[in-house]
Design a protein around this ligand. Structure first.
Ligand code: GRF
Length: 214
């Protein structure tokens, strides 16, 4: 089998950034629970002049999330909203909304946010919350999406960027990218191939969402 992993398999056409008319910088708030490689991809797209935006704040929920370290490197304020310290999902989301509003965020990007969000958050930013999920939705919603794809034996996997609705991993799809699944793939090798595509499509999807809902 020939492995050409350098050529992205995009289901949606690549969005030409140049055609996206963002006349004023989008004020982004990013929510991340873990490594934050998608946070980094957005920060890099902004630094490269591909995405007219500014990351106002990173919200993270795990005190040892590498995303917080990345935010520091990029000079982005980071606010810890540790879910263990709240009595309910709504209480956590109220605190997140307060932090996002305090930092004048207009668009929220859930980039590896591993908590279920409630209408408390969703209603505060109507049609302005974006999520990235490591599967070709509507297949393999929820946790362990990459493992679910491997267990199902699919030959094509990928990622989806979509607007957030209250039901987990639903909402209008903005962009998707597909990658091949190889017979000897592990969860790690497949996830890594998917993440390469995530880093390309997430900044494009943010620009696309802002263009259709400005
Ligand atoms: C990504 O694969 C994303 O799709 C999923 O969580 C992962 C986060 O990765 N929701 P990172 O923290 O951005 O590196």
């Amino acid at each position: 089998m020939v492995r050409d992993e350098t050529t992205p398999r995009l289901i949606s056409p690549r969005v030409p950034f140049g055609e996206l008319n963002l006349d004023k910088p989008l004020k982004l708030g990013i929510m991340a629970s873990g490594s934050g490689s998608n946070f980094e991809a957005v920060a890099q797209a902004i630094a490269d002049g591909q995405l007219n935006a500014q990351i106002q704040v990173l919200i993270y929920n795990n005190p040892d999330a590498k995303a917080a370290w990345r935010a520091q490197q990029w000079g982005v304020p980071a606010v810890l909203c540790n879910h263990r310290e709240y009595g309910s999902r709504e209480d956590l989301d109220r605190s997140i909304v307060e932090a996002l509003q305090r930092h004048q965020v207009e668009w929220v990007v859930m980039a590896g946010w591993m908590r279920v969000v409630t209408p408390t958050l969703i209603d505060a930013f109507p049609d302005k919350i974006i999520n990235i999920h490591p599967s070709l939705l509507p297949s393999f919603k929820g946790v362990r999406a990459v493992e679910q794809a491997l267990e199902a034996g699919v030959k094509i996997a990928g990622c989806t960027v979509h607007l957030v609705l209250p039901e987990v991993d639903t909402g209008p799809i903005l962009l998707q990218a597909a990658v091949p699944v190889f017979p000897d793939d592990t969860h790690q090798t497949l996830h890594s191939r998917i993440q390469t595509q995530e880093h390309l499509v997430l900044p494009q999807a943010i620009a696309l969402a802002a263009q259709v809902n400005s």
